[in-house]
Design a protein around this ligand. Sequence first.
Ligand code: GH3
Ligand code: MG
Ligand code: MG
Length: 174
Amino acid sequence: MAFRDELTGLPSRRDLNERMMGLGRKYTIAMCDVDHFKQFNDTHGHDLGDQVLKMVAAKLAEVSGGGTAYRYGGEEFTVLFPGREAAQTLPHLEALRASVESYKIAVRAPDRPEKPEPATRRRGSFREANPVSVTISIGVAERSAALATPEDVIKAADKALYRAKSNGRNRVSK
Ligand code: GH3
Ligand code: MG
Ligand code: MG
């Protein structure tokens, strides 16, 4: 239905599907997934999880190297690079990965702390001293004779993403 994802403002999977129909013979697809995001939600709450997805989406939207980012679903995103070989996209994806890793997320202090805070410290103020961060893993694949359709390339990028996860996460794998 919607071409734009409500939470992140990124174009949606439907838009990606339309775009994939008109691709030429050369393109690269990256599948990006937030690391240990279930644990993040469990620790910090779903609302902060949503803020994290917005932050990650904002970084993805600004990816360099001619890529366009889409929300594929949940905490998974796709970056499409028309006319690019995978090797050309790697520095841009690495910069994206590093940018997410270095982003510090302020955690709101609990509304009712066990120990009352000094009056000077306002309720709900941000605890800048203890920021948290997230990382993403990225799998990359390019169109080739063996991977002739966008579906083939997405599957290969997913396999590369799986390798990025099993090799320790917070990395780009080809
Ligand atoms: P991995 O590093 O292997 O990717 O682990 P993971 O925990 O990120 O993977 P898993 O697939 O187990 O969990 C994905 C989590 O993403 C679970 C789900 O609650 C969360 N999630 C998906 N969509 C949203 C969303 O829109 N908002 C929030 N806050 N969480 C979401
Ligand atoms: Mg996932
Ligand atoms: Mg994940």
